[in-house]
Design a protein around this ligand. Structure first.
Ligand code: CO
Length: 507
């Protein structure tokens, strides 16, 4: 019999090499989305395809399967929640998934993503869907092939969703989202009927990007984003990228005449960054040191952006400093500012959507993606289908495709099945936040004093430090004692917006 701890050690080294290669790919992707010159795309596509192919080869080596089997049979790792046992369980999940995909498909998906992103940028800038259409067609064909290789019980969407939200089922998400919609529609209607409206013009004055950046950095650092292990850069489509145990990078975009995108965007991405920065470093490159899922990741960004960053208590602390940073806010009352940053109004762009309408944007995308994968919708018909649904949900006529189906980067990156994790993130955030309040007491009072570390520590203790120990739905039960429900989110929205718009909701 071979020495099991030697086998585990060998497997660990193999997996760390794979993770390191993955972080090299991540660094190239970060560069692609920040500083790469326009014409660098074709060569970058080859670089990334090569690395993705190599990583796939390493990750699917027969030897890994053999080592896993040996460790599984001996129940190496002892207690099923020990880091070793968690690693073996999750490596098996990832390995079984990857061995089903041919290397040629993985390379083609990666290459296509770089070209498709390039085409998407041009299509979006010139508002011409036709420039992106052939790449969307190709992406859809490849993703359907991917789903077929992976296999699924109910529908192809399940296979793709699993990559982002392990264990989640399309049918269950459809149920939660439609329940949420049934609550959101009357809330939205009541708000629209209120005679109170914020004056949002105060956010559309002159806000020099340099001042926005300085203020954003200050806020990000105060909530716990560590700049010694992180950066903040500028990009078209903001994101957060965890590149290594002490290297997490966030990006944003500045609009000189609108304060919201960068201000709340930085808090959002810092929320993601704080999660990555507080994963157990000693387990970097293994599941015990990885984030659980995108739905949990997004809960961290949403919690800081909305439950904290859009709360009145937060601004009681920060507003005097914001007024110093931005002369345009001189003479604007705190309550008017607070109301303005919480305006609820149907609008075209998802990333700028308010907390009430946001999930309707997700529902629309989820329904289209599902139809695409089931073969009920073709790439060519996406703009029309988008615009029709948009009108049905928001009562608005989409003026052009840049404001419609071309607004998001996801499809060009091959990320189909990703969108629902945003809504899961919102629901998770509300339920975690309720629990944090129950455990820590008056959070608002802490925010008023500028104290954000008790909450940050709570999140690290309950969520960040866990790595992939629990699956997302299990983590929710462990932390809050309940499965994920829409209740916390719906009650949070009713309380907050009922007060702001002076409408009565039963909570
Ligand atoms: Co996010």
């Amino acid at each position: 019999m071979s020495d099991l701890s030697a086998t585990y050690k060998r497997l660990l080294e193999t997996q760390k090499r794979i993770a390191t290669l993955g972080s090299v790919e991540g660094t190239l992707e970060w560069d692609e989305r920040t500083y790469m010159p326009k014409e660098g795309a074709p060569h970058r596509a080859e670089q990334r395809a090569l690395l993705a192919g190599l990583r796939h080869e390493w990750s699917t080596a027969l030897e890994i399967g053999e080592m896993l089997t040996e460790l599984e049979q001996s129940e190496y790792g002892g207690h099923k929640l020990s880091p070793e046992a968690v690693n073996i369980r999750e490596w098996r999940h990832d390995y079984d998934r990857l061995v089903k995909l041919p290397k040629e498909l993985v390379e083609e998906l990666t290459r296509t993503a770089t070209h498709a992103q390039d085409a998407w940028i041009k299509a979006r800038a010139s508002r011409q869907f036709s420039l992106f259409r052939p790449w969307l067609e190709k992406t859809i064909t490849l993703k359907r092939r991917e789903a077929n290789y992976l296999g699924y019980d109910d529908e192809p969407y399940d296979a793709l969703l699993d990559a982002f939200e392990p264990g989640a089922k399309t049918r269950e998400i459809a149920v939660v989202l439609s329940q949420l919609r049934d609550h959101l529609v009357p809330i939205l209607k009541a708000i629209a009927g209120s005679s109170l409206k914020p004056d949002v013009s105060i956010l559309q004055r002159e806000f020099p990007p340099a001042a926005q950046e300085a203020f954003g950095r200050q806020v990000a650092a105060a909530i716990g984003y560590n700049f010694n292990c992180g950066r903040l850069d500028t990009t078209t489509h903001p994101f957060c990228s965890g590149l290594g145990p002490s290297d997490t990078r966030i990006t944003t975009r500045y609009d000189e005449h609108f304060l919201n995108p960068a201000l709340f965007g930085v808090i959002h991405e810092a929320g993601h960054g704080i999660y990555d920065q507080n994963l157990p470093r000693e387990h970097w490159g293994t599941p015990a040191g990885d984030p659980v899922s995108l739905g949990i990741h997004e809960s961290q960004s949403r919690l800081w952006e909305n439950m904290v960053g859009r709360s009145r208590a937060f601004w009681e602390h920060w507003y005097p400093q914001a007024q110093k940073a931005f002369p345009a806010l001189k003479g604007v009352k705190l309550d008017d500012f607070y109301f303005a940053v919480n305006e609820v109004k149907p609008s075209f762009i998802r990333v700028e959507a308010d907390e009430v309408t946001y999930n309707l944007h997700i529902l629309l995308r989820f329904e289209l993606e599902r139809a695409i994968l089931n073969g009920d919708l073709t790439a060519a018909d996406v703009p029309e289908a988008w615009n029709e649904k948009f009108h049905a949900y928001f009562g608005l006529k989409v003026p052009d495709d840049a404001t419609g189906c071309l607004q998001d980067i996801h499809w060009s990156s091959g990320y189909i099945g990703y969108f629902p994790t945003y809504s899961l993130g919102n629901l998770n955030a509300a339920q975690f936040f309720d629990q944090a309040r129950a455990d820590l007491g008056d959070l608002e009072e802490m925010f008023r004093r500028g104290e954000f570390q008790p909450l940050r520590k709570w999140l690290t203790d309950k969520i960040h430090s866990q790595g992939r120990r629990y699956h997302p739905e299990h983590l929710m039960e462990v932390v809050t004692g309940k499965p994920l429900e829409a209740t916390a989110m719906v009650n949070y929205l009713k309380r907050k917006f009922g007060k702001l718009y002076q409408v009565h909701f039963t909570v």
